[in-house]
Design a protein around this ligand. Structure first.
Ligand code: CA
Length: 233
């Protein structure tokens, strides 16, 4: 069997070398590059099993590269681990909007890095198109992506396709904040007729269906000035 391949996009040589070394030890064939333009050439030429992508890069930044990878024909579904120098929570939102699957804040330990890469390769892409049918369970809420069915306890909740997708996305990552823009791009994708207001309207309808107390939501929480998250309490 051919070894899986990884793309490492990092302009700091010692980090690129460290990451390359440990991916090699994990059995990857590694392609390294030091700027965003080079990275785009690589992802246009072949499919990778994983992409390690630094946020701050010369020529094209990691966010732009990440967007481009998600639109690329060969690597649209490739897991992307973003490396970032900043610790702020906003980075998570930023990264999710860009389509990255996970983050690592520099400086990071080698074991942590390897564990994250392994986890990325194990799990299906975090999206509503999760074909692996992994059931999401949060409290008494149960979401079955394969059947496209959501239940609270024993009761099936009637949801529109978009409501189902938004609920699945939020519930698949409790505690992670999704901006309205992130929800738009991941659920509505190419549909340019919807606006951020559409997200609010949909969340309102969704809450009416899944929140026992509509005026004080316990499942889908509003993060003021940012977006929404599923409760991780
Ligand atoms: Ca950098």
């Amino acid at each position: 069997m051919e070894a899986p391949n990884a793309l490492v996009v990092e302009d700091e040589p010692h980090i690129r070398e460290l990451v390359t070394l440990h991916l090699t030890l994990e059995g990857f064939r590694v392609t390294g590059c030091a700027d965003g333009e080079q990275a785009l050439k690589m992802v246009a030429a072949q499919t990778f099993h994983v992409v390690i992508l630094d946020l701050m890069l010369p020529k094209l930044d990691g966010m732009t590269v990440c967007h481009a990878i998600r639109r690329s024909p060969l690597n649209a579904d490739t897991p992307i681990l973003m490396l970032t120098a900043r610790r702020e929570e906003s980075d998570k939102v930023l990264g999710l909007e860009s389509g990255a699957d996970d983050y690592l804040t520099k400086p990071f330990g080698v074991r942590e890095f390897v564990a994250r890469v392994r986890a990325l390769l194990r799990r299906p892409r975090q999206s509503q198109t999760d074909g692996a049918g992994n059931v999401i369970v949060v409290g008494d809420l149960r979401i079955d992506p394969a059947k496209r069915q959501a239940l609270i306890g024993e009761n099936v909740i009637e949801l529109t396709p978009h409501e189902f997708d938004v609920l699945s996305l939020l519930a698949s990552r409790p505690g992670i904040v999704f901006s309205r823009q992130a929800l738009l791009s991941q659920v509505w994708r190419e549909d340019t007729h919807v606006t951020e207001r559409s997200v609010d309207t949909l969340i309102k309808r969704l809450r009416q269906k899944i929140e026992p107390h509509g005026d004080s939501p316990a499942r889908i929480l509003t993060v003021w000035g940012t977006g929404y998250k599923f409760s991780d309490a």
